[in-house]
Write a protein that binds this ligand. Structure first.
Ligand SMILES: [Zn+2]
Length: 126
């Protein structure tokens, strides 16, 4: 919303004072301030704002929101891996990986499980 400038004339019709639209806007805002429902903290911020300060200058919130921490940059490293299953050498980004792909991981897990089953059977026979 914009407000046009205000011209104040004396009783003799002479221009006494001219208020620029910017000033008029400030007067209007100040007169209507009490109509707004501002929390005490918001009011504090608003008062500072009127004094030419902005939220960028300072934080007036007594309980400021925790600042989002800068995410650590994910460093993508290349690791050389010899797959435990197929023995292929691959370049991989996960340091902890032991298999070249999920397929190998799955196959290896299956193999391990059947081996475990076998060893259980074998022990059972003992
Ligand atoms: Zn593999």
């Amino acid at each position: 919303m914009t407000i046009s400038g205000i011209k104040i004339y004396g009783s003799d019709g002479e221009l006494k004072k001219e208020i620029s639209p910017e000033q008029a806007q400030i007067f209007y805002d100040q007169n209507n301030k009490s109509d707004w429902s501002l929390s005490p903290n918001e009011r504090k911020i608003w008062d500072k704002y009127l004094n030419g300060r902005t939220l960028m200058d300072e934080s007036y919130d007594p309980k400021p929101e925790p600042k989002p921490r800068a995410k650590p940059k994910r460093v993508i490293r290349n690791y050389t891996l010899t797959c435990k299953h197929c023995k292929k050498t691959v370049t991989i980004h996960n340091k902890k990986a032991v298999y070249c792909n999920r397929g190998c991981a799955y196959e290896a897990q299956k193999a391990r499980q059947s081996k475990e089953k076998r060893s259980v059977k074998w022990r059972a026979k003992m």
